[in-house]
Design a protein around this ligand. Structure first.
Ligand SMILES: Nc1ncnc2c1ncn2[C@@H]1O[C@H](COP(=O)(O)OP(=O)(O)OP(=O)(O)O)[C@@H](O)[C@H]1O
Length: 719
């Protein structure tokens, strides 16, 4: 056999441990009734064989299977798949519970504070629901896990009926913006009178949400927990937990339908209103490092029985909602979550810590394909196929990286399902600002149980196995060589029975070699063909993804552009408003300033007019004027007497020696200066032929200084 892939071992860093469970053939009666639903092959046509356990197997369990394509298949390649463990048809529910990693997963949730995820994957009818939810006679992994949790916590589990402040305390610290209810309150509301016994008086439900109105259509009460299967028994199994702690268990359920998340415990307000509000998977303020489904309804279940009824209610809602929206139950991916919250014993503290176990029942891919022909919308069927294809890609990436050559880069953000399954699979740490401590969160541990029916259709089953397996080998069986076929009956003898000569033997060997070479080349061609088909398939998927990504990018760009444009317009309007405001204020200030100035001016004028009498002031100014004029004239005369030979200097009227400033007095003085000049000119005109020089020679400066105007006139007339 020629192999194209030799990687067998699951890497210890794998995000998922992948177990394969083969379902047994149905009983003849079931086969008869369900033949049309799940057309099965005859046992002789079985294409799947389990390999004997190898060296790497744990507990002597097989880890590999081989699938041989049926004779009518186009492909001839034989494929070998590796899993963490393979459970054959005879495996019971308890074997799966104990043999897969479910028990350590629960231990991690209880002790290590590590989230756990358990999912089943397979084509329709392969036994997913049987494995995860059980049957009429047997419990599934969900019920067994709940049983183990309650058994381990035992009396340390808190009941909301005994602790009235429990719901408020949980509400105060819940990071997922959830609505938390007590089990009795929740069940009362959904089933109403069905739960009541005539003699029993019912205490009011603590912390009942007023929005939780009793107008809800009542559901038919599910089977009593005591009527539900008790087998297999795991009473020998329990973990010891922190003795100084007390625990609360919160149950929530949701489904992913058409790539949207819907609460399964949130019953619609009336029968017609089946358009449920979808929820977001996001990081919240209280949970920055971890994404949570925000706004879920959570029910505090104090006992295993309460948890079972809530589980049944959610499953029923999944069916009711499915039927109402023209779909069937397995057309959605169902999530059942059990949160284990812990706080120090005493009930005083609100410091809840804890982790969560999530059980996932994935939709069957085959059902979606058939549903297309059964009248379901293309979008609905397409969404399941799409989400399973993305899940396949993520698992494929994991298996590709298991050989250690490529880093694990899981493209899990492509749809809600893969986001929900993988987002919390990576370790992270977050800083709590309030306490200034760094909280380290363990990476989630995940288990995938792949269910397969070896008698179900080859293509669908091989497809699921191909992308969920941890490793794969492709081989092509060696075809019996042509020469050996031809010569098988001859062996050195002619068909007539004659022995061939030695030369003929040599020719036979050459022919044999040639044929074996042709056969080898044929094998290689076959393998290359298989590889080519796969590459083409991957390329097609990649191109589809590329196109989708481009469309998404375009849409995001448009949204961003619109957002930016809106933001710009908003800011411009804001800026305009701000500017107009400022401008108005400035104008007001200016007006005010002007008003104040005018007021001051008016007041100033009034004061001036009131303070000084106009006439007195005029007289004063005239007197002053007179005195100054006289002084000026005396000065001029003095000047002329002192330098009689020199031409008389013109008084500098335009630049008086003393700067009087821009006051009224200054102006008056300037006028006076002008007047002096005119007077002097007039005076000169009155004494023609007499030069100032002659006059100056006959007068003493002292005398001249002391003479007044009249004396001066007399003096001039005398001479
Ligand atoms: N391991 C098993 N042992 C016995 N019966 C089984 C086993 N697995 C499946 N069955 C039976 O096969 C039938 C189909 O199984 P189941 O409903 O679990 O398939 P499924 O994969 O969940 O299908 P769907 O996708 O339609 O929900 C059921 O009647 C179930 O009881």
């Amino acid at each position: 056999m020629a192999a194209t892939d030799q990687s067998h071992k699951a890497s210890p860093t794998s995000l998922f441990q992948v177990y394969l469970r083969l379902r047994p053939p149905p009983s003849p009666l079931v086969q008869l009734t369900q033949q049309s639903l799940y057309p099965l092959l005859a046992p002789s046509e079985r294409y799947l064989t389990v390999e004997a356990p190898g060296k790497e197997s744990q507990d002597g369990m097989p880890t590999h299977i081989t699938i041989h394509p049926p004779s009518d298949s186009r492909k001839r390649a034989v494929e070998k798949f590796a899993f963490t463990k393979v459970f054959e048809e005879q495996a019971e529910q308890i074997d799966i519970f104990r043999g897969t990693g479910v028990v350590p997963l629960i231990e991690g949730v209880l002790g290590e504070g590590r989230d756990g995820l358990l999912a089943t994957l397979g084509v329709t009818g392969s036994g997913k629901s049987h494995t995860i939810l059980g049957s009429k006679s047997q419990r599934g992994l969900t019920q067994l896990s709940l049983d183990l949790l309650y058994r381990s916590l035992d009396t340390q589990t808190l009941h909301s009926a005994n602790h009235p402040s429990l719901i408020a305390s949980l509400n105060a610290t819940d990071a997922s913006e959830a609505q938390i209810f007590s089990a009795s309150g929740f069940l009362d509301n959904v089933y109403g009178d069905c739960l009541q016994e005539p003699s029993r008086s019912r205490a009011p439900t603590p912390m009942m949400d007023p929005a939780f109105t009793p107008s809800v259509p009542k559901r038919k009460l599910p089977q009593r927990p005591s009527a539900l299967p008790q087998f297999p028994n795991i009473s020998d199994l329990a973990f010891s937990v922190e003795p100084n702690a007390e625990y609360a268990i919160l149950v929530s359920m949701y489904e992913v339908y058409n790539d949207r998340i819907f609460d399964l415990l949130s019953v619609p307000s009336n029968q017609k209103d089946l358009r449920r509000r979808h929820l977001l998977f996001k990081s919240t303020e209280a949970s920055p490092d971890r994404k949570v489904v925000a706004g879920l309804r959570k029910v505090v279940c104090g006992s295993y029985e309460e948890a079972l009824i809530v589980l049944e209610t959610g499953l029923m809602e999944r069916r009711v909602a499915g039927t109402g929206s023209n779909s069937v139950s397995s057309r959605s991916h169902g999530f059942f979550c059990v949160e284990v919250k812990r706080r120090p014993r005493g009930g005083l503290s609100n410091s809840w810590t804890g982790s969560q176990l999530t059980v996932v029942d994935l939709a069957g891919s085959e059902r979606a394909r058939n549903a297309k022909t059964a009248g379901a919308t293309l979008a609905e069927a397409g969404k399941i196929n799409e989400s399973l294809m993305y899940l396949g890609q993520c698992l494929q990436m994991q298996s590709d990286s298991n050989d250690g050559t490529k880093p694990t880069l899981v493209p899990f953000r492509q749809c809600k399902l893969t986001e929900l399954l993988f987002s919390n699979s990576f370790p992270s740490s977050s800083h709590h600002h309030a306490t200034h401590t760094t909280h380290h969160r363990n990476a989630q541990k995940a288990i995938m149980i792949v269910t397969a029916d070896p008698l179900n259709e080859f293509n669908a089953t091989s497809q699921i196995l191909r992308y969920s397996a941890l490793a794969r080998e492709v081989t092509v069986p060696r075809i019996p060589s042509v020469s050996s076929t031809i010569l098988s009956n001859t062996t050195g003898r002619t068909p007539s029975g004659q022995t061939l000569p030695p030369a003929a033997h040599t020719d036979e060997a050459v022919v044999e070699m040639a044929f074996s070479e042709i056969a080898r080349l044929n094998e290689e061609v076959e393998i290359l063909n298989v590889k080519l088909t796969e590459q083409e398939e991957r390329r097609r998927e990649a191109e589809e993804n590329w196109q989708k990504a481009e469309e998404k990018a375009e849409q995001i760009e448009m949204e961003v552009r619109e957002e930016c444009w809106g933001e710009m317009e908003r800011r411009t309007a804001e800026e305009r408003r701000r500017w107009m405001g400022a401008w108005g204020e400035e104008a007001d200030r200016n007006y005010e300033h002007l008003d104040r100035k005018l007021e001051i001016l008016t007041q100033g004028i009034e004061i001036h007019e009131d303070a000084i009498d106009q006439d007195t002031r005029t007289t004063e100014l005239e007197n002053e004027n007179e005195a100054l004029r006289r002084k000026l004239e005396a000065l001029e005369r003095d000047l002329q007497c002192r330098s009689p030979t020199k031409a008389p200097r013109k008084p500098q009227l335009s630049s008086p020696s003393k700067d009087y400033g821009p006051t009224a007095l200054g102006t008056a003085l300037s006028k006076l200066n002008g007047m002096s000049l005119i007077d002097a000119a007039a005076y000169k005109a009155q004494s023609p032929g007499k030069t100032p020089g002659k006059k100056m020679r006959k007068l003493t400066a002292r005398k001249w200084d002391l003479m007044d105007e009249n004396e001066m006139d007399a003096f001039e007339n005398h001479y």
